[in-house]
Design a binder for this molecule. Sequence first.
Ligand code: AMP
Length: 229
Amino acid sequence: MATRLRSEFMSALNLVLFGPPGSGKGTQAELLRDRLGFVHYSTGEVFRDHISRKTPVGVAVEQYVVSGGLVPDETVMAVVSAFLTDHAGRSIVFDGFPRTIPQAAGLDKVLAERSAAVDVAVLVDLSDDEAVRRLTSRRQCRRCAKIYNLSFSPPREAGKCDDCGGELYQRRDDSEAVIRDRLGVYHSQTRPLIEFYEAQARLTRIDGALGRDRVFEVLSELVDGLKGR
Ligand code: AMP
């Protein structure tokens, strides 16, 4: 038993997915969860949940999330540290976190404290115009958070989640004006992560325009390679 637990722990991976809003990283993270058993950790989803429950964290972050600005690093790191404490030893896909250099350095630090590290940081890249096109037709389930796109992955029944029957809605920050602001924030705050992870030889780039299935194939091969190390 001890050996089994140790080998499970040893094979736990920490995978960071980043890219512009609309690149499909949330969808890829869902696939990694459903097909490869990763824990999907989306800070955006965590914040939306806090906002809908009107918790103190929700009240503190709402203005940033609704306007497309970034939640302050200290607030983000506090929720991430609490999450990591609860999920020690599991394979995790970080979706939309880190989004700044201080967050990336903070993640390295909290993982190191747990004798772990980021195994790979995957940039899912996409042009701004394509991101805007995709995001304006994105819809999400209010109940289970599953993501749809009215152009290329519509629900079977309009307005209704295929999985749980929940109501589909358009995120308030998916309007074109807010999307352009989020892209600006991405370019100034998050794209510098490319150099950060490149310097650590942990960066892999995937072209988000390849589409959902091909991007997932590339990701799966990457995960297989890491597990086989
Ligand atoms: P997302 O669902 O990843 O697009 O995130 C939605 C919004 O949540 C972002 O526009 C930010 O306001 C906030 N947010 C999510 N993750 C982070 C993060 N790592 N750092 C700062 N703000 C974040």
